[in-house]
Design a protein around this ligand. Sequence first.
Ligand code: AMP
Length: 413
Amino acid sequence: MSFSALGLSEPLLRAIAARNYPAPTPIQTLAIPAVLRGQDVQASAQTGSGKTAAFALPMLQLLAAAPRERGRLVRALILVPTRELAAQIGESIRLYARFLPTPVKTLTVYGGVSINPQMMALGGGADVIVATPGRLLDLIDHNAVSLAAVSLLVLDEADRMFSLGFTDELNRLLALLPRRRQNLLFSATFPSAVQALADSLLRDPVRLDVPAAPATQPDIVQRAIEVDPPRRTQLLRHLIETHQWTRVLVFVATKYATEHVAEKLRKAGIDATALHGELSQGARTQALADFKAGRVRVLLATDVAARGLDIVQLPVVVNFDLPRSAVDYTHRIGRTGRAGESGTAVNFISAATHAHFALIEKRHRLNLPREQIEGFAPVETMVDVPPSPGGIKGRRKSKKDKLREAAARRAGQ
Ligand code: AMP
């Protein structure tokens, strides 16, 4: 199957060629014709499946077919759970739209940065807005934008939207949209709350299920290495050096750990930087840009900070601290092995966390051999104790964590 067989226009095909995509991914093959026909779509697709292009390309074609009228109106709305994802999608759309004969005005709005420039940019409306729910509501409250003319709605990572507690914001936004419109809903998983939303939102949708979850994709090698917690940084260093890893995303449990481990690696001569939710947006963008450009070799991140990151050619992800849930595991390791590239996901397992990891494995029907690396064999014994109810050892749950967990339980995850 080729992109041109999917009914895309010449300017879009040029943009695809400029990005060097060899052929459409399965989700693109299935979704693009359906969206072009004006149908609603419910797609279960993982990050890395090429889902952004699956909705963005046909969306641009539909928008380009009818020019925009002026005003504060918005024609297509893409709702996403995180600012990084919003920024990434906005960037992709701009690249896909670059050869269209009439410009498609695309704006990205998210919280954590000053609202004024976003208000200014919205003057005269926009063809496409990529937004996180909270900031979009703020802008609507400021009369900076109207959703009354939205003809296409995309909900991306809908499961994340729920597990991050955006339910109320989402409902408020949906109530502001016109009744007649096309809806596309993408989600990695479909817990009951997401399915209920899909059922209420979608009219006679095309249902697409692209199997191959990153957790089960054969091109991601998953490893479980036993190590005592105090020796993890040294082991990480050892692995980076022996495997000559050039770009590694390392997940840790706390903001403190991102800084602490990054500093230890830097002292050992390995360029490393921290990415966590309390950095300013400018610092986060910089950290990410440095990592993407290869100026830093190791990015230490918390789950929240790393959500939705799209870093092409990310060969290795390390779970220095294990994720809390099987769903988070999928999201984390989906950072590598994207769109057909191969990748490695390494898990550090200790006496305190090995029962927790066994649960994650059970959910993913995995049974990874436990490895020990010479010089790093643990002295603590691995016994089969149930995981502590507090989740990862050494990390107390914040109020926000508890709220999120409650939301996730309600969502049936
Ligand atoms: P996504 O799942 O939308 O986050 O996309 C994951 C990555 O795959 C992004 O870096 C895209 O640029 C890339 N990508 C999207 N479509 C294709 C394709 N057909 N062939 C190769 N790479 C692609």
